[in-house]
Design a protein around this ligand. Structure first.
Ligand code: ADP
Ligand code: MG
Ligand code: MG
Length: 202
């Protein structure tokens, strides 16, 4: 079973991985966007880290909802409301339970990813974070071993964005010229899913 402390560790590790890869994420965004994805997420996850140091939400749902609110209030770009929605919706799905099973988390994440698709009007194949998130949540079943499968699916989905033409977000302004580059949001989603798998294995 996964408790509030597990979710706290997942988000803190996500913040660490984003710090580590911030320059790379910004470089990806400089090719097909406005060169701010790494700094946007670094600002957002630094605020999440601070919030989790100052407050100790008692349930998994409350941890995710706190983090989601911080992302929405600190990240200016498109990714802030999208990741904020992912975490808030997933947290809401988990309700008031003090512990949740891997299967319950998988179900909640599927609802969170569906909310991202609805907010952004994007679907798999549009060269966005959904190309990483959708295969990741599809790989989740009721075992914690599936977090490792989700990490692999997200990494594969991220690489698969390279040949795609962007149909949503700033990269879509480039039209055909967006092909040949990895989507920055798919890459950051793969980090967050990798942090989940790493936390479950620690
Ligand atoms: P901005 O483009 O506003 O500068 P970021 O650079 O932080 O914001 O985030 C860009 C990423 O957000 C893209 O690489 C893409 O994965 C994701 N994204 C942008 N628009 C959408 C959308 N409508 N639906 C899903 N993801 C999107
Ligand atoms: Mg950007
Ligand atoms: Mg921007």
């Amino acid at each position: 079973m996964l408790d509030a402390e597990f979710f706290r560790r997942w988000l803190l590790l996500s913040a660490d991985l984003i710090d580590r890869d911030a320059a790379h994420l910004t470089e990806l965004d400089s090719a097909i966007g406005d060169a701010d994805h790494g700094s946007n997420l670094q600002r957002g996850f630094t605020a999440v880290r601070t919030a989790l140091e100052q407050e100790s939400p008692a349930t998994p749902g409350a941890v995710l909802m706190l983090a989601g609110r911080r992302l929405i209030s600190t990240v200016g770009g498109a990714s802030g409301p999208l990741y904020g929605t992912l975490l808030r919706r997933t947290g809401k799905e988990l309700g008031e339970s003090t512990e949740v099973s891997p299967g319950e988390l998988g179900e909640a994440l599927r609802a969170g990813v569906a909310a991202v698709a609805q907010l952004g009007g994007a679907k798999a194949g549009d060269k966005t974070m959904l190309d990483s998130l959708e295969p990741a949540v599809a790989a989740l079943d009721d075992s914690s071993a599936s977090f490792g499968a989700a990490r692999e699916a997200a990494a594969k989905g991220t690489l698969a964005t390279v040949p795609l033409v962007a149909r949503k977000g700033r990269a879509s302004y480039l039209g055909e010229r967006s092909a040949g580059h990895e989507d920055p949001g798919a890459a950051s989603s793969a980090l967050i899913i990798a942090a989940l798998a790493d936390t479950s294995e620690a």
